[in-house]
Design a protein around this ligand. Structure first.
Ligand code: BTN
Length: 372
């Protein structure tokens, strides 16, 4: 039996879960299912009591094993096992004989109502779904989109067991130490109108981070967010639809809030998190700021396209004027000098003959010359 997988409010094709709705905001039901889920697992599925117990510990105080066992209807051994699972997922839990359990670094867990409050008037632009654990918010939201989810649907999750990155990579995130969410945007102008969309998303997330950070978050084409050439956040935009009719984009964002050693080791590139940048903003406020900036940038993009945001993107371009190499999908590699982006969001590379060549497509990867 699969337990503890809080699921999206839409019936997942492989997990068959159902929604619950409260005051216009969806919250997950927490119901378990006896149907096996065939999704490949990266981490063990969380115990059904894991997130309720972790939320109980968010006050930073000690809670006795017996009191928790009574409150949650579990044995003390189960409480121990649940917290062992949390530790295995990278969360520090103090267990002290005679006092109980506490979290030395309490986490601000995601809270749909708090995000709504921070959003203020922009709240109407989103339908918020807070999930405890999911395969990938992008995968779940893509399924929801195909089942008719509305424009502005947001899935944010505490834990992804199959988080996905660009170019078929995994996306590793830390329990309580990451922001992982996906937003659905619908367009009636067709896929052809979406050129530059993923750059707009990067710009919006950089704006949101820069509201709080003394170290400027910059952009690496097409949409990585870097601080001092180390990756703070990644974006995965997946689109479907007609070339000239109805289309939609699932915009996934993964942002490092507080990484642990295991996660740094799992990633094959230089990474940074908000904690080491001295940014202490709560995750609910940060999520709301990302949503506000996404909403503002999207509205400009819908009206005027990427061209209207290009100057701002160029001002944050981390690689401008640097010697770079592009790895192309056909396995070729081209070298030159990075010269920003054009009005469609295509990357501009100046070659050895001083000719400016545009490159576009999510499968291209960019690196500084001389790095691997
Ligand atoms: C990248 O830089 O490779 C893109 C990473 C995108 C990760 C986010 S986390 C939320 C959403 N769900 C996923 O499975 N991926 C995106």
């Amino acid at each position: 039996m699969k337990v503890g997988h809080r699921q999206t409010p839409y019936t997942h094709p492989r997990c068959n879960k159902t929604p619950s709705q409260k005051e216009g905001v969806f919250y997950c039901s927490g119901k378990s299912t006896s149907r096996a889920c065939k999704i490949r697992r990266v981490h063990t599925r969380p115990h059904k009591a894991l997130f309720p117990l972790l939320r109980r510990l968010s006050d930073g105080r000690f809670h006795s094993g017996q009191a928790l066992a009574d409150e949650f209807g579990l044995s003390r051994a189960s409480i121990f096992n649940v917290f062992s699972q949390a530790e295995a997922m990278g969360l520090a839990i103090h267990a002290v004989r005679g006092r109980g359990y506490r979290m030395p670094e309490p986490v601000e867990w995601l809270d749909g109502a708090a995000v709504e409050r921070h959003l203020g008037a922009a709240n109407g632009a989103y339908t918020i779904h807070v999930l405890d654990s999911v395969d990938s918010t992008n995968t779940a939201l893509m399924a929801a989109a195909l089942s008719g989810a509305v424009d502005g649907t947001l899935f944010c999750a505490e834990h992804q067991h199959t988080g996905r990155g660009r170019r078929g990579r995994q996306w590793h995130s830390v329990l309580g130490g990451s922001l992982t969410f996906s937003v659905l945007w619908r367009f009636d102008t067709g896929l052809q109108s979406l050129a530059g969309l993923s750059l707009v998303v990067g710009l919006a997330i950089a704006r949101a981070v820069n509201r709080h950070s003394r170290h400027t978050a910059r952009l690496k084409w097409p949409n990585d967010i870097l601080v001092d050439y180390r990756k703070l956040a990644g974006i995965l935009v997946e689109v479907q639809g007609d070339m000239h009719g109805a289309a939609f984009a699932v915009v996934g964002v993964g942002l490092n809030v507080r990484l642990n050693e295991a996660q740094r080791d799992a990633v094959d590139q230089a990474v940074v998190d908000l904690a080491e940048m001295g940014v202490t903003v709560g995750r609910n406020q940060l999520l709301a700021d990302c949503l506000l900036e996404l909403n503002a940038a999207l509205s400009v993009f819908r009206q005027h396209g990427f061209a209207a945001l290009r100057e701002e993107w160029l001002a944050l371009d981390a690689y401008a004027g640097r010697a770079v190499a592009l790895a192309l999908p056909d396995a070729r590699s081209v070298q030159g000098v990075a010269c920003g982006v054009d009005e469609t969001g295509a990357f501009l590379l100046r070659d050895a003959q001083s000719i400016l060549n545009p490159y576009s497509g999510g499968e291209i990867s960019l690196r500084l010359e001389g790095t691997r």
